[in-house]
Write a protein that binds this ligand. Structure first.
Ligand code: ADP
Ligand code: MG
Length: 540
């Protein structure tokens, strides 16, 4: 069906056959896009900062999520307008690039769109605005870079502050003293310094976050080893093995099956007996080989073709006192191998002692809400870590895990680009002050664009103040005065004291990469929205 373009706001949208001659159409489309995108930004504004509110999201299936994370809120929001979707994408892009600052990026984009709308009303051409914003971005990035302080990655304190600032604004902020050191320790365990360069490389896939209901967030722990979130398959086997020899197999210990649908008709008792004996012999043969290799902990990859373990196999493995853990997901194999330092064994012929790895302790931990396996002391591997996040309910545990993810990302950003900025809207205020100064000297339309960009950046301190119950106008003017003297100041909104103070003294520090990426991505999206002058729907 050939649909009309969405109707723009106001009565000026004359949607009729002469639509393409209508000069006001591009303007209307642009305004409609801006308004739709601004609505998205307004929806999550109240979640910004340490005193921001949380959202309760209800899914169609009745599942409830409580969160403060911009990317999570937007991901679950049902957004239909194509321009509004761009802001959802923007938040996701920031999540991928930096992992934190997902609310800020959308709030900044919303303010920039608002500024652009006012400039359009002044009669400035969208391309001129777009170019003006690009110049402003360049200057703003220079300001934030110049006010950042380099950090040494061996300085744990600086990393802790970055993690704590990220956790400050979360539902689980009261537990930041527990979660921040865990995030720092986890990243430090897996980071690899870039040879000859600054910073370090961190692959977040090396940090596995496991959610478990039961206990409180305070009970969250870091495990230097492997955690498998389910019980062992043994019925009557060992629950704790010291000095274990672990093997990871990708074949099944169960009667083989044909690829096709097959029927075997057994008509007399003797034949049935033979079938059973054959099966017993087949499984016994595998188990004997396992015993011969000296393996006492067996990990079995999940199989979709047949049972990875038959009951008879479990029985024999119980007898030889081998702990067996089945259903290791195929995509987890790489992580398990990296943790234990082993290689998966694909056939029985390769099941030999040299393919097994030593682990100091393997234990099955029994909790009221289920059992799980913990392996520690992996001398060969140990290039990964696992974090067991706990909470009293599913919603709390999930939010704690999401918050920990943000903290991990914040520390990773510092590892990647070792520099920290004061938080509380200080970098945005400093950039705004510098841009306002530059605007005075700028000719023509650039003057307006730089001014507008500067005012838009102040949305961060103003929203932080507003969410903390302070007067946003008073706070922003106080902040302007503090930054008017020079850009070296770290003055920001101190939500605890309700005043403007130097955020460096408050130890509110955030990674440079988060702020720089938020500014760059928000500006890019706003420029893209400004350049759209029509929405075309396809036939199908
Ligand atoms: P995002 O999803 O963008 O990270 P947050 O809700 O985490 O959004 O809020 C981040 C903002 O809160 C940043 O601008 C940061 O500087 C500010 N912030 C964090 N902790 C504090 C604090 N203790 N005092 C003032 N501002 C803070
Ligand atoms: Mg954050």
């Amino acid at each position: 069906m050939n649909k009309m373009a969405p109707k723009a706001g106001g009565d000026s949208a004359k949607v009729n056959s002469a639509v393409y001659k209508d000069k006001s159409k591009p303007t209307d489309i642009r305004l409609s896009n801006i308004n739709a995108a601004k609505a998205v930004s307004d929806a999550i504004r109240t979640s910004l900062g340490p005193r921001g509110m949380d959202k309760m999201i209800q899914a169609a299936n009745g599942e409830v999520t409580i969160t403060n994370d911009g990317a999570t809120i937007l991901k679950q929001m049902c957004v239909i307008h194509p321009a509004a979707k761009m802001l959802v994408e923007l938040s996701r892009a920031q999540d991928i690039e930096a992992g934190d600052g997902t609310t800020s990026v959308v709030v900044i984009a919303g303010a920039l769109l608002d500024a652009a709308e006012k400039l359009l009303q002044k009669g400035i051409h969208p391309t001129v605005i777009s170019d003006g914003f690009q110049k402003a971005l360049k200057m703003a990035l220079q300001v934030v870079e110049s006010m950042s302080t380099p950090v040494d990655l061996s300085n744990e304190d600086a990393l802790l502050k970055a993690a704590a600032t990220s956790l400050n604004s979360k539902v689980v902020s009261q537990h930041s003293t527990i979660l921040a050191p865990i995030a720092v320790q986890a990243i430090r365990s897996v980071m690899e310094p870039i040879p000859g360069g600054v910073g370090a490389r961190v692959d977040l896939r090396d940090v596995k976050v496991i959610e478990r209901i039961g206990g409180t967030v305070e009970d969250t722990e870091l495990v230097q080893g492997l955690v498998i979130a389910h019980r062992s398959a043994n019925v009557n086997g060992p629950h704790r093995i010291e000095k274990a020899k672990v093997g990871l197999i990708q074949f099944c210990i169960s009667p083989p099956k044909t690829d096709m649908d097959h029927n075997v008709i057994v008509s007399d008792y003797a034949a049935m007996d033979r079938v059973l004996k054959e099966e017993r012999q087949y499984i016994l043969n595998i188990v004997k080989q396992i015993k011969k290799a000296g393996c006492n902990v067996l990990l079995v990859q999940k199989s979709i073709l047949r049972d990875a373990l038959s009951d008879l196999a479990v029985h024999f493995l119980d007898k030889i006192k081998t702990m067996v853990i089945k259903d290791i997901e195929r995509e987890d194999i790489e992580f398990v191998c990296k943790t234990l330092g082993c290689r998966p064994i694909a056939s029985l012929d390769h099941f030999t002692a040299e393919n097994l790895v030593n682990v100091d302790l393997v234990e099955e931990i029994n909790e009221p809400l289920g059992k799980y396996i913990k392996m520690t002391g992996c001398s060969n591997g140990g290039r990964t870590v696992s974090v067991v996040v706990r909470g009293t309910s599913g919603a709390v545990t999930a939010e704690a895990a999401r918050s920990l993810h943000d903290a991990l990302c914040a520390v990773r950003c510092v590892a990647r680009r070792p520099a920290l900025l004061p938080g509380g809207g200080a970098p945005e205020a400093a950039a705004a002050a510098e841009l306002t100064r530059a605007a005075l000297a700028a000719p023509g339309a650039d003057h307006y664009c730089l001014r507008a960009y500067a005012d838009a950046l102040e949305v961060i301190p103003s929203t932080l103040a507003e969410n903390a119950g302070l007067n946003p106008i008073e706070t922003v003017t106080e902040l302007r005065a503090a930054h008017a003297t020079g850009s070296a100041s770290g003055a920001g909104v101190n939500v605890r004291r309700g005043r403007v103070t130097d955020m460096r003294h408050e130890h509110v520090l955030q990674p440079l990469h988060v702020t720089a990426s938020a500014l760059a991505l928000a500006t890019e999206t706003v420029r893209a929205i400004l350049k759209i002058d029509d929405i075309i729907n396809t036939i199908n």
